[in-house]
Design a protein around this ligand. Sequence first.
Ligand SMILES: [Zn+2]
Length: 232
Amino acid sequence: MRLNLWWSSRAEDRFEKWIAQRHQERVLAGDTTAAGPCPDDTFLENLARRSRKVALSDPRVDHAATCPICMNRLLALRRERRSRQQKLVFATAVAACVIIAALVTIARYEMGNRSLATNTAAIAETVNLWDTGAFRGQQPGPLQSVSLPAALVRVKIILPRFSSPGRYVVAVTHDPSGNGVVAEAAATATSSGNQEIIMADLDLRRATAGRYYLSTTHEQDQAAYYYPLEIK
Ligand SMILES: [Zn+2]
């Protein structure tokens, strides 16, 4: 009667491995006699990867299992195969990492683009200085506060009565002497009726909320006017 012993497969594996190792040692030590000539490499390669092309009844299997030369070759082929598989696993892992990194980069890039698009949408603001008294240089005068958001602002400035036409430099500064420039833009005033209007893009995104000065400087006569500005 044949007993099927259903050991835990682990114990069975370990036992079979032990037998195989003892057998290998004996073969490699030349303690066995192999029948017939050594088979060719193709056969050993097929045997090493347990191909179905190899029938266990094939006498070459018996030979390979008892010949030290074939056993050595088989072990070498097995090692090559294993390292190839490990390299494949490693390459697959590397490829997966590269793909993940690429996806993360693309996602970040797209998010960056989106936030750039929302940030670069300039906020239109109008600053009406038509009836405003300004002061030249550090001369104090009747002031009217102007307010702008801490954003990219496309500001339409209606210059005070009697302003000259021409090119102006518009700036946001920390003090009324032109120091600590936060943002600056140059634009040519356009006449609308009897008003002179400047359209200027001011990047106030990095400005912290607080008190500043908005200045308009006529490029030709260098006359600068400062208006108290509050950035919110
Ligand atoms: Zn052999």
